[in-house]
Design a protein around this ligand. Structure first.
Ligand code: CU
Length: 352
């Protein structure tokens, strides 16, 4: 009977562990968003620390469980036999021995906590020593409710690129993220590359990231920042330097609208609507600053900070009803007539 119960317990624990492991490893790895699948030196150190904590604490948990089970089964054997005035001491033990055991356990606990503290502080210190001011590049990331403004720093202002919600970086090169916020506190977190870093209004926080491997890593805001906090994601795309350079060269160019009469009509519809008060498209008269830059919107993976995959259908849904897709978003609903919608979508989606 006891044994059957034990098996049942193990089955349940196994199921919980599997569910946990699935969320942690499989599901996250599938979305390229996992702190235990490091893609750079900073996250590598964090992952080592994570596994160290996990191993040590799991061992302690198992030891505690084994002793708990031993105690429970021993009591089971004895039940009914204990005299009414039984002491709380186990048979053969005296007060002194018990004091020694408790003292030893307390000292062990304090020591273990110190080991964890030292491991954690030294990991933080060795991460803070990474980075390279001379060869590194600087990207400014500004948190907005609920999207990311991204600016590539360059001494030559004409080479400063502004984009949104998607960050390309060259592999093997340290990148400094200068974090800021336009409104409330956000937190920049791309688990495959680094830990969380708060973005605070009227302050600049910095961190170095570096990707060893080309890849697409998902990040998200990690500090509750209002209604659409959960829809504030971003993509970091790490690619070899040459590929990155050609991406940068292309992005620095003004928008190249899709050819043909429909594209041209879409452009006029855009420029004659309220969209331009909030959005910029370089190479046109649209210079709004309160929304994401749309110059090369068609080249991005997603719409509205990772909320929807970037397809023409989703874009149509987004423009006709942004509040339905992301309630509370600061994008206004601008009425677009049904015959204007298709050219407008083709124009924006064509801004590759
Ligand atoms: Cu946020």
């Amino acid at each position: 009977m006891t044994k059957r119960n034990g098996e049942k317990g193990a089955g349940l624990k196994g199921a919980v562990f599997c569910a946990y492991a699935f969320v942690l490893f499989d599901a996250c790895a599938g979305h390229q968003q996992s702190a235990v699948d490091p893609a750079g030196p900073q996250s590598g150190k964090i992952a080592v620390l994570w596994w160290f904590f996990f191993g040590l604490l799991t061992t302690i948990f198992l030891i505690v469980m084994v002793f708990t089970l031993l105690t429970l089964t021993r009591r089971g054997h004895r039940s009914g036999q204990e005299p009414l005035n039984a002491s709380h001491l186990p048979p053969g033990a005296d007060e002194k021995e018990l004091t020694r055991i408790v003292a030893a356990a307390t000292i062990a606990t304090v020591l273990i906590l110190f080991v964890l503290l030292i491991a954690s502080v030294s990991t933080g210190k060795s991460i803070s020593e990474l980075g390279d001011k001379k060869n590194g590049m600087v990207i400014e990331v500004t948190g907005n409710q609920w999207w990311w403004h991204v600016r590539y720093w360059n001494d030559d202002p004409s080479q400063m690129l502004v984009t949104a919600n998607e960050i390309h970086i060259p592999t093997g090169r340290p990148v400094m993220i200068r974090g800021m916020s336009q409104d409330v506190i956000h937190s920049f977190w791309v688990p495959n590359l680094h830990g969380k870093r708060d973005l605070i209004p009227s302050r600049v926080t910095t961190e170095w990231i570096e990707a060893d491997q080309p890849g697409i890593y998902r990040g998200q805001c990690a500090e509750y920042c209002g209604l659409q906090h959960a829809h504030m994601a971003l993509w970091v795309i790490a690619e070899p330097q040459a590929k990155f350079d050609s991406w940068m060269k292309h992005q620095l160019r003004p928008a190249s609208p899709p050819g043909g009469p429909t594209g041209e009509r879409g452009k006029q519809i855009f420029l004659n609507s309220a969209c331009i008060y909030c959005h910029s498209i370089r190479g046109t008269a649209a210079g709004g600053q309160t929304g994401p830059d749309l110059t090369h919107f068609g080249s991005r993976r997603s719409i509205a900070a990772g909320t929807l995959p970037n397809t023409i259908g989703n874009l149509g849904g987004w423009i006709t009803d942004p509040q339905g897709i992301k309630p509370g978003t600061h994008m206004a609903t601008i009425p677009v007539s049904s015959e204007d919608l298709q050219p407008l979508l083709e124009y924006i989606e064509g801004l590759k």
